[in-house]
Design a protein around this ligand. Structure first.
Ligand code: HAM
Length: 424
């Protein structure tokens, strides 16, 4: 046998029940976000590399190490999207959406690509459910997004999650904080105590030192200055309003001064939702405000706030979904009977009933075994006698009882059983 072509490392195929879990999450997201005025935007998975460099930031791990980037046939650099926000901003600008609506609420879902080391909850192709609210500076927008995110998580059945929140300040107050942080860290680096990555980050992206996972760096930054002590009055008031609105909605949170996020476009509010039950890749959702982003990409000066959920990580937390039980399994005992079975199967499905006809190999015994395996509530059998009489034998697979009835009344008969329809 020829060797088969394998899938790419970090990329997954998804059969049920995994694919069912994804469908369920997407359907719930459409319902919950739709109620809040979100409309669905679908953007391409491939974009010019420049889009991500300019939005996510040259110094981020995503741009430096994790992008799937390659030249196309005309030598233009292309990248498989590592996240959705940048593409949504590009689409928003190209569509001149701000000229038609003062606030845009855009929902996107699909595959993202990051060249990371695969492990539990971390894939090279993964899927996000992403929401962006563009056009409002108001802290009400931030709070509305967070409340909506938590509602979505609750509606898919997840309640044992923690929300972490922080403010990254703005162009006025963040530089003051950065300087205080670098001054503090320089003292430490002088003693050679920060890890190699953090020593580099100190020059390029000092805030990231705060979320280094290395225990040694963490204990060193325990006493580092807190951004919240440096925020300007406007940023402070914005943050306090967001927290007050969350309190009013009884959304629990922890203010976490280490929450700086891995993408450069954030300002003011940032947040993450984490789970204690899926190992080290614990963030199931993350987001924040990004007021300068649209402008920096050549668009109008429109503020925004958004988040993305990681679907693979959410799926790890969802209970296993059970497939809906089929209503019928149709068995024809010879070719002539099978032709009648074929038509009857179509009529049952048109009536909304869920089932299949035996099309596999083997004799009557093996088709009855398949009927049992299918989990169907009823097995419908047509042999030469039934064919001649225009009847069908209906066998209740739970009780074993069977009765013959006219083919013309089987649709009505099965539909009358509670739960006989498509979904139980
Ligand atoms: P992010 O924190 O980079 O934010 O990703 C959001 C979520 O995607 C993470 O919390 C995680 O659940 C999931 N995720 C990220 N990388 C992987 C991976 N390699 N494998 C599996 N899941 C992963 C963003 O992407 C921002 N664009 C969110 C946002 C939207 N901010 C504003 N608007």
């Amino acid at each position: 046998m020829a060797a088969h072509v394998t899938r790419i490392k970090g990329f997954a195929d998804m059969f049920p029940p995994d694919s069912d879990a994804f469908t369920f999450m997407e359907a719930t997201a459409r319902r919950v976000f739709g109620r809040c005025g979100f409309v669905e935007l679908r953007t391409p998975v491939l974009e010019f590399t420049d889009l991500f460099r300019r939005s996510i930031g040259e110094e981020t791990d995503v741009v430096q190490k994790e992008m799937f980037t390659f030249p196309d046939r005309n030598d233009r650099l292309m990248t498989l999207r590592p996240e959705a926000t940048a593409g949504v901003m590009r689409a928003y600008i190209e569509d001149a959406r701000h000229t038609r609506e003062s606030v845009s609420r855009l929902f996107t879902t699909g595959p993202m690509f990051r060249y990371e080391r695969p492990q539990k909850g971390r894939m090279r192709q993964f899927h996000q459910i992403n929401c962006e609210c563009l056009g409002s500076h108001s802290p009400y927008a931030d709070a509305d997004m967070i409340v909506m995110l938590m509602r979505f998580l609750r509606e898919i059945g997840l309640t044992d999650l923690s929300l972490k929140i922080n403010s990254l300040g703005c162009a006025t107050c963040r530089p003051v904080f950065k300087k205080a942080l670098v001054d503090y860290l320089s003292g430490l680096a002088g003693q050679g105590q920060l890890c190699e990555d953090c020593t580099r980050r100190m020059q390029t992206n000092p805030l990231r030192v705060l979320d280094c996972k290395q225990e040694s760096c963490r204990s060193l930054t325990d006493k580092a200055p807190h951004l919240l002590d440096y925020t300007c009055p406007d940023c402070r008031q914005h943050f306090e309003t967001v927290l007050r609105l969350l309190d009013a909605e009884k959304v629990d949170y922890t203010v976490d001064h280490r929450l700086v996020r891995g993408l450069d476009y954030y300002c003011r509010t940032t947040f993450e939702v984490v789970s204690g039950n899926i190992g080290s890749q614990s963030a199931v959702a993350g987001g924040g405000r990004y007021d300068g982003l649209v402008k920096s990409l050549g668009g109008p000066d429109v503020p925004g706030v958004g988040f993305a959920c990681g679907m693979e990580r959410l799926a790890l937390l969802l209970p296993q979904r059970t497939a809906p039980r089929p209503c019928f399994y149709m068995v024809g005992m010879d070719d002539a009977a099978r032709e009648v079975c074929f038509g009857l199967t179509q009529r049952l499905r048109e009536a909304g009933l869920h089932g299949e006809m035996h099309i596999g190999e083997g004799g009557f015994k093996s088709s009855m075994r398949q009927a049992g395996k299918s989990g169907a509530r009823f097995c419908l059998i047509i042999g030469p006698d039934e064919l001649a009489a225009g009847t069908v034998v209906v066998k209740n697979m739970d009780s074993g009882e069977q009765q013959a009835m006219p083919q013309s009344s089987v649709v009505e008969h099965l539909a009358s059983f509670p739960g006989g329809g498509e979904h139980e």
